[in-house]
Design a protein around this ligand. Structure first.
Ligand code: PTJ
Length: 244
């Protein structure tokens, strides 16, 4: 375990990088995950490495949408599992959502390693291993999902997703909540709620909003979702980058 001094100006970024490296070593994160991390970091740098007010609003709306869901699923890939395993488990508990492992580069070894890693962080039921349903329009391996998980869910949180899958899920009529630092990427652009923030900050903030909203009525939650404007969220993040 590498020690990173907390007062280091790039503490968060170094910690994130280290977690991804460890993820690759443990067989959780794919090599492509390293590239995805680099891409994410560059956008985080341009966004000031903090949660924009518009991202905070998106996180609150996403928390409200998860609480309103009939069946919500939090989708986990190799990067998500390396970066925020315990935080995902906590969000699932607070919003009563299911967790499903869903990989772009699916292998049985990595599916198993990620499910074990999530269980080590307190997950009780991890979906994704049954793979008894398919997302229409995707290549065989990439379309595999659980029938009682993503396939039948009404709301799906898909962090760091590739554009094809985000589009295919949207076409199935799912309400998609996407976390992605790149506001120009296709996946946040197809999302009902695009969250332009680092997953490291986004997940704990969603959990904290979900806790605050635990006593809210359906009407109140619906109003929060209705007030959220996806176009504004996307353009505010883009403007921050362009105005640098
Ligand atoms: O584990 P697997 O096999 O499912 O593969 C996962 C990756 C991420 C490798 C795969 O989905 C992929 O190739 O994704 P992309 O196309 O590189 O897209 C990843 C997106 O996530 C990019 O737009 C990045 O900017 C963004 N991103 C990367 N790190 C973070 C992030 N967004 C939020 N927080 C991050 N920490």
């Amino acid at each position: 375990e590498v020690e990173i001094p907390e007062d280091h100006p790039r503490y968060q970024s170094l910690l994130t990088r280290h977690r991804i490296e460890e993820g690759v070593e443990k067989g959780i994160t794919s090599k492509q995950g390293l590239i995805a991390e680099g891409r994410g970091e560059s956008f985080d740098y341009l966004l000031g490495e903090e949660t924009l007010p518009s991202a905070d609003e998106a996180e609150r709306a996403a928390a409200a949408r998860l609480l309103l869901a009939e069946q919500a699923v939090l989708s986990v890939n190799g990067n998500v599992a390396a970066l925020v395993p315990g935080e995902i488990v906590e969000l699932a508990e607070v919003t009563r959502a299911d967790i499903e492992v869903n990989l772009f580069n699916r292998t049985d070894e990595r599916m198993q390693a990620i499910a074990d890693h999530l269980r080590d962080h307190g997950a009780e039921d991890v979906k994704g291993l049954t793979a008894d349903a398919r997302i229409a329009g995707l290549e065989h391996e990439r379309g595999k999902v659980d029938e009682d998980g993503i396939y039948s869910a009404d709301v799906v949180l898909v962090p760091l997703e590739d554009g094809d899958r985000a589009e295919a899920l949207a076409e199935m009529g799912k309400t998609e909540l996407v976390i992605d630092l790149n506001p120009l990427s296709r996946s946040p652009r197809t999302a009902a709620i695009p969250i332009i923030d680092n997953i490291i900050r986004a997940i704990p903030n969603m959990t904290s909003h979900a806790r605050d909203l635990a006593g809210a009525s359906s009407e109140e939650l619906e109003a929060i979702v209705a007030e959220f404007d996806r176009e504004t969220a996307l353009s505010e993040a883009e403007n921050v980058i362009r105005d640098i």
